[in-house]
Design a protein around this ligand. Structure first.
Ligand code: FAD
Length: 389
C-alpha cells in the first residue's frame, strides 16, 4: 500500500512545470520517511517534532508564500506538496498547515518588518514552532464573537481569556493570539511567547483522530505583550479572515491527498484479495464502487487544479476557496468510507493505514470552517443574503 499509483485520470496536474515537479518530489521524499514510522506515533499519541523540522529542512513549510532565501512555489506546487504530505499523514499535514499556512501567513500579511526579520526564517525552517489561536471554548464557528481581551496601557498590552484546539499551542514556541481590543472593540493579533508569565497551555487529550500532532487548550491570565509584538497590519476580523482563505485551499488539497491514498489502497487490495473464487476486483459491484471513487477523486483533482489557476492569476475569491473546501472534504469522507469498507475487517487495522486517514479527514472536515459554514459563505455569495447569526 505504500507504493503510490498516482491516479490522475484527466491529467489535472499535467501543467505542473519542472520546478513544480521538483517541489512535489521533495514532498514525496518526505512522505516516504513518514510512512514507516507514523502509525506508531499515531497510536502512542506522540507528536514527532523532529519530522516537522525535517519538513523545514526540505523547505516544505512555506505554503506558497514568498519568504526570502526560500524556494518560490507556484500555487499548484504548494497544493501538490500539501496533497503529498497528506497522502502520507494528516497530522504532519496539519502541522505544516499551522506552521506555514496560518502562522507564516499571518506574519507575512500583518507583521512589521522587524517582526518578519525575527520570525519568518525560524518558522519557515521549523526551528521555532508557532500556533494560531483564534478558536475559543465558547466560540468556534462564530469566532467573530471571540471574548479574549486585549488592553493597552500606552506601552504594553495585557491579554486575558482562553483558547481551544490550538495546533502547536503548547510546543514551546510562539502563538499568534487573536483578541478583542478593549479600546475600539476590534479583533487584533499578538505574537505571544509561550514562556510568557500567565500563558498556560495543555495538550487536548483523548483525540480519536490526528493523534500525531498536539492541539492545546490555552489560558491567558494577565499576559503582558510588548507593543513591538502587536501585529499592526491586522485591524479587524476581516483581516483575520483573509488569512483563512488560502488555508481553506490548503485543506482542499489535503482532503485530496487523503482520498488519493485510500482510493489506491482499496484498488490494490481489490486485486489481491480473493473471495468467492476470484479477486474482489473482478466482482461487478466492486468495480462500480471503484468507478464511483474515481469519479469523486477526479472531481477533487479538477477543482484543486482550477483553484490553483485562479490563485496564479491573482483572482481567487473567498467563495471559491470555500467551494473547494466544501466539495473536497465531503467527497473525501465518502471515498474514505467506501475504501474502508472495501478492505473488510482489515480496513480497521492501523497497519493498513486506511483507518488513520478515515479519522483524520474528520478533523479537516471541521477545521478552517465546518461544512455548514462553507455552505453559508457560498449561500451568501449566491444570494447576496447572509444567513449567519
Ligand atoms: P461549533 O461552531 O460549535 O459547530 C458545531 C456544529 O454546528 C458544526 O456542525 C457546525 O457546522 C454547526 N454550526 C455552527 N454554526 C452554524 C450555523 N450558523 N448554521 C448551521 N450550522 C452551524 N482553531 C484555531 O484557532 N487554531 C487551530 O490551530 C485549530 N486547530 C484545530 C485542529 C483540530 C483537530 C480541530 C478539531 C479544530 C481546530 N481548530 C483550530 C478549531 C476549529 O477551527 C473549530 O473546531 C471549527 O471552526 C468549528 O468550531 P467548533 O468546533 O466550536 O464547532
Amino acid at each position: 500500500l505504500s507504493q503510490p499509483l498516482d491516479t490522475d485520470y484527466l491529467s489535472a496536474f499535467a501543467s505542473a512545470t519542472t520546478a513544480d515537479r521538483e517541489h512535489w518530489q521533495r514532498a514525496r521524499q518526505f512522505a516516504q520517511e513518514v510512512f514507516p514510522v507514523i502509525n506508531q506515533h499515531w497510536e502512542n499519541a506522540f507528536y514527532p517534532v523532529d519530522l516537522v523540522r525535517r519538513m523545514g529542512e526540505l523547505d516544505l513549510l512555506t505554503d506558497g508564500l514568498e519568504i526570502g532565501g526560500h524556494a518560490v512555489f507556484s500555487p499548484l506546487a504548494a497544493g501538490l506538496v500539501t496533497m503529498e504530505i497528506s497522502r502520507a499523514d494528516g497530522s504532519m499535514a496539519a502541522a505544516a498547515a499551522v506552521q506555514g499556512g496560518l502562522v507564516l501567513r499571518s506574519l507575512k500579511l500583518f507583521g512589521t518588518a522587524e517582526q518578519q526579520d525575527q520570525y519568518l526564517e525560524p518558522i519557515a525552517t521549523g526551528t521555532l514552532l508557532g500556533g494560531f489561536a483564534l478558536t475559543e471554548p465558547h466560540h468556534g464557528s462564530d469566532s467573530v464573537s471571540l471574548e479574549t481581551s486585549a488592553r493597552f496601557d500606552g506601552k504594553t498590552w495585557m491579554l486575558n481569556g482562553s483558547k481551544k484546539w490550538i495546533g502547536n499551542g503548547a510546543a514551546g514556541g510562539i502563538t499568534i493570539v487573536w483578541a478583542r481590543d478593549e479600546g475600539d472593540g476590534q479583533i487584533k493579533g499578538f505574537i505571544v511567547d509561550q514562556q510568557a508569565a500567565g500563558y498556560e497551555a495543555t495538550p487536548v487529550r483523548g483525540k480519536g483522530v490526528l493523534r500525531a500532532i498536539e492541539q492545546a487548550k490555552i489560558r491567558l491570565q494577565n499576559v503582558r505583550v510588548p507593543d513591538s509584538a502587536f501585529l499592526a497590519q491586522a485591524r479587524s476580523f476581516k483581516d483575520v479572515s483573509k488569512a483563512l482563505v488560502d488555508t481553506r485551499v490548503n485543506v482542499g488539497w489535503s482532503a485530496l491527498g487523503h482520498a488519493l491514498f485510500v482510493f489506491e489502497a482499496a484498488l490494490q487490495y481489490s486485486k489481491q484479495r480473493e473471495q468467492f473464487g476470484k479477486p474482489l476486483g473482478a466482482h461487478q459491484m466492486v468495480q462500480e464502487r471503484l468507478a464511483q471513487m474515481l469519479a469523486e477523486l477526479t472531481n477533487m483533482q479538477l477543482q484543486c487544479a482550477a483553484v490553483a489557476s485562479e490563485q496564479a492569476a491573482g483572482r481567487l475569491r473567498p467563495a471559491q476557496a470555500s467551494l473547494l473546501k466544501y466539495h473536497n472534504t465531503r467527497a473525501a469522507r465518502r471515498v474514505a468510507a467506501t475504501a474502508r469498507d472495501m478492505l473488510g475487517g482489515n480496513g480497521i487495522l492501523l497497519e493498513n493505514h486506511v483507518i488513520r486517514h478515515v479519522g483524520d479527514i474528520e478533523a479537516l472536515h471541521t477545521y478552517e470552517g465546518t461544512e455548514s459554514i462553507q455552505a453559508l459563505i457560498l449561500g451568501r455569495d449566491l444570494t447576496g443574503l447572509s444567513a449567519f447569526g
